[in-house]
Design a protein around this ligand. Structure first.
Ligand SMILES: [Zn+2]
Length: 422
């Protein structure tokens, strides 16, 4: 391929995705604004107008902010690639570090510097999102002190976990010959599985407190549900999610018999025991339908395709030059190829994202149906509405926006499906 051909394809894809995102976001905002003053008929009895309007205002505030963040993200991407940011950073680090630290030291420094600069460039948006938007709508519970502590913990954990796996992948890229991408993929998958095992017991407790569920009546209720569904877990835990945010959730982590059920304290304070049971039954539905395994398998397959593509691209000089960097003849270009790929791949992946969103929405319907068999459908519907209201999620999203982005079907569709006889 010609260098300029890749540049043109990249610019066209970036512009196309920006236009599409802009169109979708403005559709969503118009739709929500137009329905701001009336609660949809199906919810009129259960959702107060005030809550509906708060949801609309929250959606609009996030939408406007999202447009700004999108423009900034595109500018940063162009800055790194075609405008020469990555080329400048790479050249400076290579000249300064390669003679003393060698190829591996220089490449790790490049990855770390890129991650740090990228993080700094995003920081204002993160701060504004948390301390302005979330704060304004009453969701933020994070203090500055906690924010800074989190930041440093994240940096430390990121370095402790990220640098060794980056070093391993770079080593494989340099040493494993033309099939390096297959070995690198295997290493990456092994690493992901390790994180899956370590996350609940080692990483998550660095950020939150987990205490065994103390409420005996809820505990026996949940255990009865799990027994009914033939599901085993190692423990039921309550997490202090309220330290950071008022948003509520429940999830499973871990593998096989080491699985844990984690409830956010915010969930338990908002839902009745029957509703908690119904929410958990929905999560169990994801296991029963093997959604979790299917997702892991899909991730394995997609990563393999990604590594194979990178294996091919990293050997083409137009891949570098077409995206604004010059490959070196005296030093390895592996870290450079990784960074370019990570920067550019999402632009193209965006166009297939609706396929995954659609699959995910189908899974949600299946999990709802399972929950209605194993627990009370009325409780599930009530829990869904409460969580919607507490998260200020809009009940009137734009249908096209939903098709593109929503991993969960809108509440209207989920409630309608629950009312259908199975
Ligand atoms: Zn679900």
């Amino acid at each position: 391929m010609q260098t300029t051909t890749l540049t043109l394809i990249f610019v066209a894809a970036l512009l196309g995705s920006l236009l599409l995102k802009f169109w979708l976001a403005t559709r969503q905002m118009r739709h929500v604004a137009a329905h701001r003053d009336f609660v949809p008929a199906a919810f009129a009895a259960r959702v107060p107008l005030e809550a509906h309007q708060k949801a609309a205002d929250y959606t609009l505030a996030k939408g406007r902010f999202g447009l700004l963040a999108m423009a900034w993200g595109a500018a940063v991407l162009l800055g790194w690639t075609l405008l020469g940011g990555l080329e400048a950073l790479n050249g400076a680090l290579r000249d300064a570090l390669q003679p003393s630290l060698g190829n591996m030291g220089y490449q790790l420094a490049l990855l770390a510097a890129f991650a740090l600069i990228g993080g700094l460039l995003e920081l204002p948006f993160e701060l504004y999102g948390t301390f302005r938007i979330e704060q304004r709508f009453g969701f933020n519970r994070m203090t500055w002190k906690l924010y800074v502590a989190d930041l440093f913990k994240n940096l430390l954990v990121g370095a402790l976990i990220g640098l060794p796996i980056a070093a391993l992948i770079l080593w494989i890229m340099g040493a494993a010959g033309s099939l390096w991408w297959l070995w690198a993929w295997a290493a990456w998958m092994g690493f992901n599985l390790l994180i899956l095992v370590l996350y609940p017991t080692v990483i998550a407790p660095l950020f939150n407190k987990f205490e065994p569920l103390a409420d005996e009546s809820l505990k026996s209720r949940v255990q009865a549900l799990m027994a009914r569904c033939g599901f085993r877990a190692k423990g039921l835990f309550v997490m202090d999610g309220s330290r950071r945010s008022a948003h509520a959730n429940a999830y499973f982590t871990g593998f096989g018999a080491a699985k844990r059920v984690v409830f956010f304290d915010t969930l338990l304070s908002k839902l009745s025991p029957g509703e908690v049971e119904a929410v958990l039954a929905h999560e169990l539905g994801h296991f029963k339908h093997k959604h979790v395994i299917k997702r892991i398998v899909a991730m394995f397959a997609l990563s393999l395709a990604g590594f194979a593509l990178l294996g091919w691209l990293s050997g083409q000089s137009w891949f570098y030059q077409g995206l604004g960097v010059l490959p070196s003849v005296v030093a390895p270009n592996d870290a450079l190829a990784l960074l370019l790929f990570l920067l550019v791949a999402p632009v193209f992946a965006f166009f297939v994202s609706p396929l995954f969103a659609q699959l995910s929405r189908r899974h949600e319907f299946q999990a709802d149906a399972y929950a209605c068999q194993q627990a009370s459908g009325a409780d599930l519907a009530a829990a869904l509405l409460k969580l919607h209201e507490d998260n200020a999620a809009t009940l009137t999203p734009d249908p096209v926006y939903v098709r593109f982005y929503y991993s969960h079907p809108p509440a209207t569709e989920r409630l309608a499906a629950m009312q259908q006889p199975a």
